[in-house]
Design a protein around this ligand. Sequence first.
Ligand code: 8LQ
Length: 463
Amino acid sequence: MLKTSLKQQWPPKYDLQYQPDVNEKYWYKDIETASKEDLDELILFKVKNVMKYAYEHSGFYQRKWSKVGLHPNDINSLKDFEQVPITTKAEVREDLEEYAPFGSNVCIPYSDVHRIHGTSGTTGKPTVFSFGKEDWERIAHQHARIMWSFGMRPSDLMFIASPLSLYIGSWGALIGAERLGAKTFPFGAGQAGQTEKAVSWLKEVKPTVFYGTPSYALYLAEKAVELGVDPKEFGFRILFFSGEPGAGVPSTKKKIEDLFGGICIDSGTMAEATPWMSNTECEHRTGVHLWQDVVYTEVVDQHSKARVPYGQEGVPVYTPLERTSQPVIRYWSGDLTTWTDEPCQCGRVYPRLPKGIYGRIDDMVTVRGVNVYASLIENVVRRIEGLGEEFVMVVTREKIMDEVTVQCETVGSRDENELRQQISKELKRETGVTFVVELLPLGTLERTQFKAKRVIDKRNFKE
Ligand code: 8LQ
């Protein structure tokens, strides 16, 4: 049975001094190994409370739900919750325009706002989020708890290698590590010459945990080798990633572990669904666990929006369960994944995404009727001897058919014809589709210190 106190208090008040013993596997054993019934009861308690709270405090949700005649009292089971309308990024953007600059979903007075963050706004106006102090503390607390599950401990030093900007990734990692009692080295990324500096700092300081994007870790390794340093010399025991696919792609995971010699952990939902570590692998690395009592994640059909059974593909929809400054309820991610409730060796009861998040609906390319994601291509490119880490898919339209050219870079002295044939064959086996393969000299494709762009769509740029 779960401690009743957990089900009596919303928003939850955590003991911010609490730490398990360093040899303890779980932070909150009773929740993480609870029966499905107990866990569902706790989730339902939080779902009902966050909905009631949003209804009472958020103009955005009051209007959205009254349009369909929904009242939080109508939700009496997790099945009922599946009927609650989904919230999209487009709706949030419209609300931000109308109620500029913070929108009508901020539920605390301006005087209580502690942090303002936002998305990069590459596809439109940036989305702004406000966090109150209590939310910020709960995010730190839950992140620490989740980082514990992949083996991080107070004796660790975490190197943060992603931008310390509006991007919530770096800050979420920072405050989680601090709450856990670990040391942090918030180095950042993105400045000219910063990667070379990272190599020399890493050799000196020897942090034990890396945080950043998988593309950046591979770029860092490439730079290190160029400078005559073996990335294993850095001595990372854990490499922790979020922000893009990669750490959940088998050949990339293996490559990162082989290059650096530590374990590679996949994590990450969306900035809006912070605490974004609610999708994170444990030390066994069997795919991200959905920490359902932190953020309730459902996987739904991309067209009907109905929940799909375990074992099937769909789109994650997120409901953070403890946010009072800016709650989001059933937030549409636009990503694709497959979920399962098969148990993991770690003993946690949460469902898992065994292949992580492998694509976005917008980035999916349909080639002769087959859906192709960049992460499928990545899985092939990263396992072939004689290729560098970088690749892009260039999509063009020939009459009515989409064509995809896979561009990758060569390293070493393999015969190019033979290499091209091998790539084609393996791509065909992985995806069922024949691609044009273009080999380029090492260093031709763009490198990133943040999230890589893997699809270049030229379909609408003709004429
Ligand atoms: N995205 C994020 N994490 C991913 C992962 N592990 N695998 C595949 N795709 C992933 C702060 C966190 O890093 C979350 C984050 O990156 O938030 P953003 O900036 O709002 O970007 C969210 C999108 O990044 C997701 O919808 C995924 O497409 C991708």
